[in-house]
Design a protein around this ligand. Structure first.
Ligand code: PEP
Length: 328
Protein backbone atom coordinates (compact mmCIF):
# COMPACT_ATOMS: atom_id res chain seq x y z
CA UNK A 1 0.00 0.00 0.00
CA UNK A 2 1.44 3.37 -0.98
CA UNK A 3 2.73 5.59 1.79
CA UNK A 4 3.71 9.02 0.49
CA UNK A 5 7.21 9.90 1.65
CA UNK A 6 7.12 12.56 4.36
CA UNK A 7 9.83 15.08 5.21
CA UNK A 8 9.37 17.31 8.24
CA UNK A 9 11.69 20.14 9.24
CA UNK A 10 11.75 20.97 12.94
CA UNK A 11 13.28 24.41 13.31
CA UNK A 12 13.07 24.20 17.11
CA UNK A 13 13.77 27.42 19.02
CA UNK A 14 15.92 28.96 16.27
CA UNK A 15 15.90 31.97 14.01
CA UNK A 16 15.24 35.65 13.76
CA UNK A 17 12.66 37.14 11.42
CA UNK A 18 15.41 37.74 8.84
CA UNK A 19 16.86 34.24 9.17
CA UNK A 20 13.43 32.69 8.85
CA UNK A 21 12.77 34.65 5.66
CA UNK A 22 16.07 33.43 4.26
CA UNK A 23 15.26 29.79 5.00
CA UNK A 24 11.87 30.19 3.37
CA UNK A 25 13.33 31.72 0.23
CA UNK A 26 15.79 28.82 -0.05
CA UNK A 27 12.88 26.38 0.29
CA UNK A 28 10.82 28.28 -2.25
CA UNK A 29 13.63 28.19 -4.78
CA UNK A 30 14.39 24.47 -4.35
CA UNK A 31 13.58 22.02 -7.11
CA UNK A 32 11.83 19.16 -5.40
CA UNK A 33 9.67 16.19 -6.40
CA UNK A 34 5.92 16.71 -6.65
CA UNK A 35 3.49 16.40 -3.75
CA UNK A 36 2.40 12.91 -4.71
CA UNK A 37 6.03 11.80 -4.23
CA UNK A 38 6.87 13.71 -1.06
CA UNK A 39 4.89 15.64 1.53
CA UNK A 40 6.92 18.45 3.06
CA UNK A 41 6.03 20.07 6.38
CA UNK A 42 8.18 22.67 8.13
CA UNK A 43 7.82 23.62 11.75
CA UNK A 44 8.90 27.14 12.71
CA UNK A 45 8.63 28.53 16.25
CA UNK A 46 5.11 29.75 17.15
CA UNK A 47 5.96 33.41 16.71
CA UNK A 48 6.92 32.88 13.08
CA UNK A 49 4.02 30.64 12.06
CA UNK A 50 2.03 33.39 10.34
CA UNK A 51 5.11 34.88 8.70
CA UNK A 52 6.12 31.52 7.25
CA UNK A 53 2.56 30.71 6.22
CA UNK A 54 2.41 33.95 4.27
CA UNK A 55 5.69 33.37 2.44
CA UNK A 56 6.09 29.63 1.95
CA UNK A 57 5.28 27.94 -1.36
CA UNK A 58 1.75 26.54 -1.11
CA UNK A 59 2.65 22.89 -1.66
CA UNK A 60 4.75 22.88 1.51
CA UNK A 61 2.82 22.73 4.77
CA UNK A 62 3.39 24.03 8.25
CA UNK A 63 3.42 22.41 11.70
CA UNK A 64 3.53 23.92 15.15
CA UNK A 65 6.10 22.38 17.47
CA UNK A 66 3.63 21.73 20.28
CA UNK A 67 0.19 22.65 21.58
CA UNK A 68 -1.71 22.59 24.84
CA UNK A 69 -3.14 19.27 25.96
CA UNK A 70 -6.83 20.27 26.05
CA UNK A 71 -9.05 23.21 25.24
CA UNK A 72 -7.37 26.58 25.79
CA UNK A 73 -8.12 28.81 28.76
CA UNK A 74 -6.19 29.98 31.82
CA UNK A 75 -2.86 28.38 30.86
CA UNK A 76 -0.33 31.18 30.65
CA UNK A 77 2.23 30.72 27.93
CA UNK A 78 0.41 27.91 26.17
CA UNK A 79 -0.98 27.79 22.64
CA UNK A 80 -4.08 25.69 22.01
CA UNK A 81 -4.95 23.36 19.15
CA UNK A 82 -7.97 25.58 18.41
CA UNK A 83 -5.67 28.57 17.90
CA UNK A 84 -3.52 26.65 15.43
CA UNK A 85 -6.60 25.61 13.48
CA UNK A 86 -7.79 29.21 13.54
CA UNK A 87 -4.45 30.34 12.07
CA UNK A 88 -4.73 27.75 9.31
CA UNK A 89 -1.85 25.62 10.59
CA UNK A 90 -2.60 22.02 9.62
CA UNK A 91 0.07 20.05 11.53
CA UNK A 92 1.56 19.82 15.01
CA UNK A 93 4.57 17.91 16.37
CA UNK A 94 3.77 16.22 19.69
CA UNK A 95 5.83 14.17 22.13
CA UNK A 96 9.19 15.42 20.88
CA UNK A 97 11.95 14.04 23.09
CA UNK A 98 13.12 17.54 24.01
CA UNK A 99 9.69 18.14 25.54
CA UNK A 100 9.55 14.69 27.10
CA UNK A 101 12.97 15.00 28.70
CA UNK A 102 13.36 18.71 29.43
CA UNK A 103 9.73 19.58 30.15
CA UNK A 104 8.74 16.28 31.64
CA UNK A 105 5.96 15.42 29.22
CA UNK A 106 5.46 11.71 29.50
CA UNK A 107 3.25 8.70 28.98
CA UNK A 108 2.37 8.75 32.66
CA UNK A 109 -0.79 10.25 34.05
CA UNK A 110 -0.23 13.74 35.39
CA UNK A 111 -2.60 15.11 37.97
CA UNK A 112 -2.71 18.87 38.27
CA UNK A 113 -1.92 19.61 41.94
CA UNK A 114 -4.11 22.72 42.01
CA UNK A 115 -7.32 21.30 40.64
CA UNK A 116 -6.87 17.54 40.49
CA UNK A 117 -10.58 16.89 40.07
CA UNK A 118 -10.57 18.90 36.84
CA UNK A 119 -7.22 18.10 35.31
CA UNK A 120 -5.68 14.74 35.07
CA UNK A 121 -4.01 13.90 31.81
CA UNK A 122 -1.41 11.82 30.19
CA UNK A 123 0.48 14.51 28.33
CA UNK A 124 1.52 12.96 25.06
CA UNK A 125 -1.45 10.67 24.38
CA UNK A 126 -4.03 13.25 25.46
CA UNK A 127 -2.39 15.94 23.38
CA UNK A 128 -2.46 13.72 20.32
CA UNK A 129 -6.10 12.83 20.73
CA UNK A 130 -7.16 16.41 21.47
CA UNK A 131 -5.22 17.87 18.54
CA UNK A 132 -6.75 15.27 16.20
CA UNK A 133 -10.23 16.04 17.54
CA UNK A 134 -9.71 19.67 16.57
CA UNK A 135 -8.76 18.71 13.01
CA UNK A 136 -4.97 18.95 13.28
CA UNK A 137 -2.66 16.35 11.79
CA UNK A 138 -0.05 15.05 14.20
CA UNK A 139 3.61 14.07 13.97
CA UNK A 140 3.84 11.91 17.11
CA UNK A 141 7.40 11.27 18.32
CA UNK A 142 8.74 8.23 20.12
CA UNK A 143 12.29 7.09 20.84
CA UNK A 144 14.62 5.62 23.42
CA UNK A 145 17.48 7.23 25.32
CA UNK A 146 21.03 5.91 25.06
CA UNK A 147 20.70 4.33 28.48
CA UNK A 148 17.53 2.52 27.45
CA UNK A 149 19.13 1.36 24.20
CA UNK A 150 22.20 0.08 26.00
CA UNK A 151 20.09 -1.78 28.50
CA UNK A 152 18.35 -3.55 25.60
CA UNK A 153 14.92 -2.00 26.14
CA UNK A 154 14.60 -0.05 22.90
CA UNK A 155 11.48 -1.84 21.66
CA UNK A 156 9.89 -1.94 25.08
CA UNK A 157 10.27 1.84 25.40
CA UNK A 158 9.04 2.77 21.94
CA UNK A 159 6.17 0.27 22.20
CA UNK A 160 5.06 1.82 25.53
CA UNK A 161 5.23 5.31 24.04
CA UNK A 162 3.27 4.19 20.98
CA UNK A 163 0.75 2.35 23.17
CA UNK A 164 0.03 5.53 25.13
CA UNK A 165 -0.99 7.10 21.83
CA UNK A 166 -2.66 4.04 20.29
CA UNK A 167 -4.90 3.52 23.32
CA UNK A 168 -6.54 6.87 22.66
CA UNK A 169 -6.48 7.13 18.88
CA UNK A 170 -8.96 5.26 16.71
CA UNK A 171 -8.33 7.03 13.41
CA UNK A 172 -4.69 6.99 12.34
CA UNK A 173 -5.25 8.69 8.99
CA UNK A 174 -3.86 11.98 10.30
CA UNK A 175 -0.98 10.59 12.34
CA UNK A 176 2.65 10.24 11.27
CA UNK A 177 4.79 8.30 13.74
CA UNK A 178 8.32 9.66 14.13
CA UNK A 179 10.90 7.27 15.54
CA UNK A 180 13.62 9.49 16.94
CA UNK A 181 16.25 7.76 19.07
CA UNK A 182 17.19 10.41 21.62
CA UNK A 183 20.90 9.58 21.38
CA UNK A 184 20.81 10.41 17.67
CA UNK A 185 19.11 13.80 17.94
CA UNK A 186 21.49 16.67 17.28
CA UNK A 187 24.48 14.46 18.00
CA UNK A 188 25.61 13.53 14.50
CA UNK A 189 25.17 9.88 15.51
CA UNK A 190 22.74 8.65 12.94
CA UNK A 191 21.54 5.10 13.16
CA UNK A 192 22.27 4.16 9.58
CA UNK A 193 22.18 0.64 8.27
CA UNK A 194 25.91 1.04 7.57
CA UNK A 195 26.50 1.89 11.19
CA UNK A 196 24.67 -1.24 12.17
CA UNK A 197 27.43 -3.14 10.41
CA UNK A 198 30.16 -1.77 12.60
CA UNK A 199 31.67 -4.23 15.01
CA UNK A 200 31.00 -3.82 18.66
CA UNK A 201 34.66 -3.93 19.47
CA UNK A 202 34.29 -4.26 23.18
CA UNK A 203 31.95 -7.24 23.03
CA UNK A 204 33.80 -8.98 20.26
CA UNK A 205 37.14 -8.64 22.00
CA UNK A 206 35.61 -10.00 25.16
CA UNK A 207 34.58 -13.05 23.17
CA UNK A 208 38.18 -13.40 22.04
CA UNK A 209 37.24 -13.03 18.40
CA UNK A 210 37.30 -10.04 16.14
CA UNK A 211 35.16 -10.35 13.09
CA UNK A 212 34.27 -8.21 10.14
CA UNK A 213 30.62 -7.65 10.61
CA UNK A 214 28.61 -7.46 7.45
CA UNK A 215 25.10 -7.48 8.79
CA UNK A 216 23.11 -7.92 11.91
CA UNK A 217 20.69 -10.78 11.52
CA UNK A 218 17.46 -9.96 13.14
CA UNK A 219 15.01 -12.80 12.94
CA UNK A 220 11.61 -12.94 14.57
CA UNK A 221 12.41 -10.56 17.39
CA UNK A 222 15.87 -11.99 18.02
CA UNK A 223 19.20 -10.59 16.96
CA UNK A 224 20.51 -13.93 15.77
CA UNK A 225 24.21 -13.42 15.25
CA UNK A 226 26.91 -11.47 13.58
CA UNK A 227 28.47 -13.03 10.54
CA UNK A 228 31.65 -12.68 8.56
CA UNK A 229 32.59 -12.65 4.89
CA UNK A 230 30.99 -14.74 2.15
CA UNK A 231 27.71 -15.90 3.46
CA UNK A 232 24.68 -17.26 1.83
CA UNK A 233 21.73 -14.98 1.74
CA UNK A 234 18.61 -16.98 2.45
CA UNK A 235 16.01 -14.35 1.64
CA UNK A 236 14.20 -11.42 3.09
CA UNK A 237 11.82 -11.33 6.00
CA UNK A 238 9.83 -8.12 5.82
CA UNK A 239 12.45 -5.44 5.61
CA UNK A 240 15.12 -7.62 7.18
CA UNK A 241 17.73 -9.53 5.29
CA UNK A 242 18.02 -13.09 6.49
CA UNK A 243 21.39 -14.75 6.19
CA UNK A 244 22.68 -18.20 6.92
CA UNK A 245 24.03 -18.49 10.42
CA UNK A 246 27.60 -19.63 9.98
CA UNK A 247 27.96 -20.75 13.53
CA UNK A 248 29.10 -17.73 15.47
CA UNK A 249 26.14 -18.07 17.77
CA UNK A 250 28.33 -17.43 20.82
CA UNK A 251 28.35 -13.82 19.61
CA UNK A 252 24.57 -13.60 19.82
CA UNK A 253 22.98 -10.63 21.45
CA UNK A 254 20.04 -10.76 23.76
CA UNK A 255 16.65 -9.90 22.38
CA UNK A 256 16.33 -6.15 21.99
CA UNK A 257 20.08 -5.70 21.80
CA UNK A 258 21.71 -3.15 19.60
CA UNK A 259 19.05 -2.84 16.94
CA UNK A 260 19.70 -0.82 13.83
CA UNK A 261 17.08 1.90 13.36
CA UNK A 262 15.47 0.31 10.33
CA UNK A 263 14.81 -2.74 12.46
CA UNK A 264 12.99 -0.53 14.96
CA UNK A 265 10.84 0.74 12.10
CA UNK A 266 10.09 -2.83 11.06
CA UNK A 267 9.24 -3.75 14.66
CA UNK A 268 7.07 -0.66 15.14
CA UNK A 269 5.06 -1.60 12.08
CA UNK A 270 4.69 -5.11 13.45
CA UNK A 271 3.56 -3.60 16.75
CA UNK A 272 0.93 -1.50 14.95
CA UNK A 273 -0.26 -4.58 13.10
CA UNK A 274 -0.73 -6.51 16.33
CA UNK A 275 -2.16 -3.67 18.40
CA UNK A 276 -4.16 -1.54 15.99
CA UNK A 277 -5.01 -3.15 12.65
CA UNK A 278 -3.23 -4.47 9.56
CA UNK A 279 -4.60 -1.48 7.65
CA UNK A 280 -3.17 1.04 10.14
CA UNK A 281 0.15 -0.80 10.06
CA UNK A 282 0.24 -0.77 6.28
CA UNK A 283 -0.74 2.86 5.82
CA UNK A 284 0.80 4.74 8.75
CA UNK A 285 4.00 6.50 7.88
CA UNK A 286 6.88 5.77 10.24
CA UNK A 287 9.54 8.39 9.74
CA UNK A 288 13.05 8.56 11.17
CA UNK A 289 14.62 11.46 13.03
CA UNK A 290 18.11 11.86 14.45
CA UNK A 291 20.97 13.64 12.69
CA UNK A 292 19.54 13.14 9.22
CA UNK A 293 21.60 15.08 6.68
CA UNK A 294 22.08 15.52 2.98
CA UNK A 295 24.88 12.96 3.21
CA UNK A 296 23.01 10.11 4.91
CA UNK A 297 19.40 10.58 3.77
CA UNK A 298 19.55 8.44 0.63
CA UNK A 299 20.73 5.35 2.41
CA UNK A 300 18.11 5.72 5.14
CA UNK A 301 15.34 6.48 2.66
CA UNK A 302 16.11 3.21 0.87
CA UNK A 303 14.93 1.18 3.89
CA UNK A 304 11.47 -0.17 3.15
CA UNK A 305 9.97 0.76 6.52
CA UNK A 306 11.48 4.26 6.65
CA UNK A 307 8.74 6.45 5.19
CA UNK A 308 10.51 9.76 5.55
CA UNK A 309 12.27 11.96 8.06
CA UNK A 310 11.86 14.48 10.82
CA UNK A 311 14.89 16.71 10.46
CA UNK A 312 16.19 19.16 13.05
CA UNK A 313 19.53 20.91 12.44
CA UNK A 314 19.72 20.20 8.70
CA UNK A 315 16.23 21.64 8.13
CA UNK A 316 17.69 25.10 8.72
CA UNK A 317 20.20 24.62 5.92
CA UNK A 318 20.03 24.36 2.12
CA UNK A 319 20.74 20.61 2.39
CA UNK A 320 17.11 20.21 3.48
CA UNK A 321 16.30 20.33 -0.24
CA UNK A 322 18.58 17.29 -0.80
CA UNK A 323 16.78 15.49 2.02
CA UNK A 324 13.42 16.22 0.36
CA UNK A 325 14.86 14.86 -2.90
CA UNK A 326 15.80 11.58 -1.24
CA UNK A 327 12.13 10.63 -1.71
CA UNK A 328 12.77 10.02 -5.41
C1 PEP B 1 14.70 16.58 15.86
O1 PEP B 1 14.83 17.52 16.62
O2 PEP B 1 13.57 16.12 15.66
C2 PEP B 1 15.89 16.06 15.20
C3 PEP B 1 15.80 14.92 14.60
O3 PEP B 1 17.03 16.82 15.28
P1 PEP B 1 18.42 16.57 14.46
O4 PEP B 1 18.04 16.29 13.03
O5 PEP B 1 19.16 17.85 14.60
O6 PEP B 1 19.08 15.42 15.09
Amino acid sequence: MGRTFFVGGNWKCNGTREEVKKIVSTLNAGEVPSQDVVEVVVSPPYVFLSLVKGLLRPEFHIAAQNCWVKKGGAFTGEVSAEMLVNLGIPWVILGHSERRLILNESNDACICPLIPYIFSFQFVGDKVVYALSQGLKVIACVGETLEQRESGSTMEVVAAQTKAIAERVSNWANVVLAYEPVWAIGTGKVATPAQAQEPNTERDCKEGIFVDLVEINYIEGQVACYVTQPIEKLGTLGSVQVYLDIGLSHLSLEKGGDMPSHVVHFELRKWLQANTSPEVAATTRIIYGGSVSGANCKELAAQPDVDGFLVGGASLKPEFIDIIKSAE
